[in-house]
Write a protein that binds this ligand. Sequence first.
Ligand SMILES: *Cc1c(COP(=O)(O)O)cnc(C)c1O
Ligand SMILES: [Zn+2]
Length: 416
Amino acid sequence: MSESRPYRYASHLACPRCEADYALDSLRQLCACGSPLLVRYDLTRLAATWRPEQLAERPWSLWRYHELLPLAQPEAIVSLGEVVTPLVELPRLGDDMRLPRLVMKDEGLLPTGSFKARGAAVGISRARELGVTHLAMPTNGNAGAAWALYAARAGIQATIAMPEDAPYITRQECSLAGAHLSLVDGLISDAGRQVAGFVAATGVFDASTLKEPYRIEGKKTMGLELAEQLGWQLPDVILYPTGGGVGLIGIYKALQELQAIGWVKGPLPRLVAVQAKGYAPIVRAWQEGARESRFWDQSRTRAFGINVPKALGDFLVLEALYATDGRAIAVSEAAIDWEQRRAAQLEGTFVCPEGAAVLAAARELSTLGEIPADARVVALNTGAGIKYPDDRDLGVPRLAADEALPIPESTTRRPS
Ligand SMILES: *Cc1c(COP(=O)(O)O)cnc(C)c1O
Ligand SMILES: [Zn+2]
């Protein structure tokens, strides 16, 4: 019977703000009211016909959840091998912060080295299916890299604007992939205005964060995978480094959809949005109990991927935090640096600064007593540490060619 089931269960696009509906198979950007659009699925039919056991035979990639993805045809898939990323246990780091059940979903193993590959894989596949030949987007680096490379694979042109101090490797990825790349003396919000001008002048497809409805569907697969990897048991807390917030909204959407089809039960995990002290619009809004954030002036952090002074989907992020009894928290740059080193030393895992911010937040919330020691905690490491070749002074000795290597104090010398 399984062959006769449809490939796709997506039914329409819906506005989470004004509740307008749009047909699925037309090229759409924002709702007429200015809100992002979300893909809706026939969850009733899925609940009746889809079972977790049906996943057993499928390859371990995000496409195993195609019933909850927007593609009409499997032939449309543009893939670079999106592996299901590991849930890595962190027993020593967990003990160190009194969270012995801490695990990390390590997104650094995806193509292009960050979870942005999820959004690009689904977003580009869907764009190609709908006939897009050229797209434009602003980026803090990783999204542009992923979209440029997946666009190249799909034969789609990409125009990308990136702050000039974004991680150098991501610039190379865009440029080598043949994207039309511009470096901007400003923030992603400035690049966003430039892309909007370019789109207005050309009619090129706008692939900016949440200005098309499919990137979030790709990012949603983090939540689907996580639930499956935990045996369809939900954790107590999920911490996520929040920039545009698509990952967090996506995880929330995934868990709600799984709840609706009956694959997970009980309360949703508390969702925690992590930002940095030099840039914390969502944290400020959460502290004020606001439904939207205000533009954050002079925003700055080494965790470059989350430096978004005003996110289009801020109201959806905040809604997810309020609805799950979650919270937002900002960590210091010093805490990010320290935690990145700590994770590498205790666990051998080289997380990106954004991932380090999440671990630092877990530590802080444990210290504050806001996460109990028996909680099952999932930290998202959104990218590989090796994507950030900054030249911080790490205190490493420099030797002349004929100098002896220093012997660490902990090492005994051979008796002479
Ligand atoms: C883009 C990015 C984020 C933020 O993701 P959003 O879904 O936009 O909130 C976090 N970490 C890294 C490494 C990123 O590249
Ligand atoms: Zn609307």
